[in-house]
Design a protein around this ligand. Structure first.
Ligand SMILES: N[C@@H](CCC(=O)N[C@@H](CS)C(=O)NCC(=O)O)C(=O)O
Length: 229
């Protein structure tokens, strides 16, 4: 590892993968330079950003040593855990434990991420951009999100597992999961309500990563209306 490398971190805290990475960078004390990139101002689409930061035109992204550009939050988290000397529990070296973390990280793309983000994009971000909102579509997306959250409550968070990949220690899977599950608050939907295991687990993740968790979620909590369900 070399903590002398320089990292520029491009992010907007309204974005759930950016928050996961923000918390990870702070918790692990990996030195980095913050480069806030405002999605609402389309700063992620400028020719300079596309050429010099992330050709996919998304946040988060990092640039290491002015030359190595890396996008995709999961790839970045794995890269940093591998390259910097971070405590093992974040991304365990032991094969079975790592496989369990990886299992969640792969599963979430087409489940937690797909369903929570789709609902928020349609119901919260769409109208902000003047896009039409059809009630039927909103209801379908909400039902898909609820089914996914119920699955997490029932199947991923057993009474024994303190964290989402099982076991007693927090990992990068918890950061990715919790930051995604916070996002529907923007629509007035709090995933903790009616899901006691999920609520307790989210509280554990928050307690375990303070003050960084609250710092990362300040903007989201400011924009979130009161819970309406
Ligand atoms: N799979 C990517 C997703 C990145 C992503 O979708 N970022 C969003 C914010 S959450 C973004 O930059 N959106 C801008 C846009 O699509 O115009 C990751 O995990 O990093």
């Amino acid at each position: 590892m070399s903590n002398r490398r320089s990292i520029r971190f491009y992010y907007d805290l309204i974005s759930q993968p950016c928050r996961a990475l923000f918390i990870f960078l702070h918790q692990t004390k990996i030195p980095h330079q913050k480069c806030p990139t405002a999605l609402r101002k389309w700063e992620h689409t400028t020719p300079d950003f596309l050429r010099n930061v992330n050709r996919f035109g998304k946040v988060p992204a990092i640039v290491e040593d002015d030359s190595f550009r890396l996008a995709e939050s999961i790839a970045i988290l794995r890269y940093l855990a591998r390259e910097y000397s971070v405590p093992d529990h974040w991304y365990p070296r032991e094969s079975h434990r790592r496989a369990r973390v990886d299992e969640y990280l792969e599963w979430q793309h087409s489940n937690t991420r797909a369903h929570c983000a789709s609902y928020v994009r349609y119901v919260w971000r769409g109208p902000l951009r003047g896009e039409p909102l059809e009630q039927k579509t909103a209801e379908r997306l909400r039902a898909e999100m609820i089914a996914c959250l119920d699955f997490i409550e029932t199947n991923l968070l057993s009474e024994r597992a303190r964290f989402i990949a099982g076991g007693r220690e927090i990992s990068i899977a918890d950061l990715v999961a919790a930051c995604e599950i916070e996002q529907p608050k923007l629509t007035g939907y709090d995933a903790r309500v009616g899901r006691p295991r999920l609520a307790a687990w989210m509280q554990r993740v928050r307690d375990r990563t303070q003050p960084d968790y609250d710092e990362a979620h300040k903007i989201l909590n400011k924009h979130a209306p009161r819970v309406t369900h």
